[in-house]
Design a protein around this ligand. Sequence first.
Ligand SMILES: Cc1cc2nc3c(=O)[nH]c(=O)nc-3n(C[C@H](O)[C@H](O)[C@H](O)COP(=O)(O)O)c2cc1C
Length: 191
Amino acid sequence: MTTEELNDLIRSRRSIYPPEYLDKEIPKDVLETILTNGTYAPNYFRTEPWRFKVLTGEAKNRLGRFLAEAYKANTPPEDFREKKYNKILNKGKKSGAVIAICMKRDPQERPKEWEEMAAVAMAVQNMWLTATQLGIGAYWGTPPAAAKAGKILPLDDGERCLGFFFMGYVENARRPDKRLPLNERVVWLDE
Ligand SMILES: Cc1cc2nc3c(=O)[nH]c(=O)nc-3n(C[C@H](O)[C@H](O)[C@H](O)COP(=O)(O)O)c2cc1C
């Protein structure tokens, strides 16, 4: 891969949402490639704090129902929108697969918690770039209900859910985007 190709991959990765996903399954070996690349993220003390739960078939439909019901339960009746409820309900069904992004705290608490979360986020970026390269659109959703994901997912002691990585094949996974010029975010110090 050339530097130009790497730049293009990184700079064209985008958040792509379930309504756009094609009705096409993501084969297990493709999911394994995405997950394996996730596990190559740097991680302090080598705790490999990520715990991924891969939801396909009825499991991803169940996630959609769980998230939609959480929206209903946490929204005052006057603000509730049936359209939004249905959109959330369909997130699972429309996805080719969903990965619940979980983190298990090191039992000895060697890294700080934020360092373990940072490692998981780096794993997600690896997975996101891999998905982009494979023509799969994805996004990381962090609904408040993720904190209660233990109701629908097996979570071990010390494990918590940091959201969901929704994925699906799309017509075009690469969408070049703009960022602020470097001088708005970077300071160079040389003395
Ligand atoms: C930790 C994290 C949490 C996010 N949570 C949500 C979310 O709950 N809902 C959502 O629509 N997008 C979520 N996103 C996606 C961002 O909105 C998105 O990355 C941002 O708009 C930049 O767009 P891009 O990913 O296309 O570059 C999240 C992204 C990150 C890194």
